[in-house]
Design a protein around this ligand. Structure first.
Ligand code: PRP
Length: 212
């Protein structure tokens, strides 16, 4: 039997996804050892391999077939725009993709003037402002701590994920517009879906059952 390889987005999401998998009898205790520097973990009995990757790289591994299955946030999937099947909403890692900023920026958004938008998600921001709102904006790509941008005068607004809202609150920022809901999804490589149809569909079916 061939191994089925599962790529998980590193961090809290991976652990939440692993507990869902545990509920359907798919276990991998070794991966939970946070001190380990190992990259690949194997469940010999089930012929499964697991690896942890940077969230943005999960869709890449899955599209190229280096992983048969992936777990990543919808934010990452939208941003990366890669070709694969999105088979399941895992209902974990729930948050919202939002336009946020100081409340004074609300009128700038409404007047449709040229504003600067700082974000880790340039493709999502472009799609929202250009295709949905038909507003020309300048997108400034950042890699983290996006909330800093409007505070230090780099941009008028940001496009970022909001979970509890505390980062915005603690920095005097508010949600100005909601773009979409985000949660973790299971994705499958298109060829793997055909070649390993039986085993992969069973995983999807079992997960659906416990997600009901
Ligand atoms: C994310 C996001 C926000 C924050 C939202 O950042 O970019 O900054 O979490 O969460 P909250 O609404 O619960 O405050 P993350 O912690 O992933 O780090 P980053 O700044 O490197 O993007």
């Amino acid at each position: 039997m061939k191994y089925i390889t599962i790529a998980l987005a590193k961090g809290r999401l991976a652990f939440e996804a692993l507990s869902l998998l545990e509920k359907i009898g798919i276990t991998c205790d070794e991966i939970k050892d946070k001190t380990s520097r190992k990259l690949i973990f194997v469940n010999e009995e089930l012929k499964l391999k697991f690896f942890l990757a940077k969230a943005n790289d999960v869709p890449t591994y899955v599209e190229y077939g280096a992983a048969d299955i992936g777990v990543a946030g919808k934010d990452t999937l939208l941003e990366e725009g890669r070709k694969m099947y999105e088979v399941l909403d895992l209902g974990i890692g729930k948050c919202k993709m939002c336009v946020a900023g100081p409340s004074a920026s609300k009128s700038l958004l409404h007047h449709g003037g040229l504003i600067r938008v700082a974000t880790k998600y340039p493709n999502i921001a472009k799609d929202y402002f250009y295709n949905k709102k038909h507003q020309t904006v300048e997108i400034i790509k950042l890699n983290g701590s996006i909330e800093l941008a409007p505070i230090v005068g780099l941009s008028e607004v940001i496009v970022d994920i909001v979970e509890t809202g505390s980062t915005l609150r603690e920095n005097g920022l508010v949600i100005l517009e909601e773009i979409c809901n985000i949660s973790a999804r299971m994705v499958v490589n298109e060829v793997s879906m055909k070649m390993e149809h039986e085993r992969i569909s069973k995983i999807i079916k079992d997960l659906k059952q416990i997600l009901l």
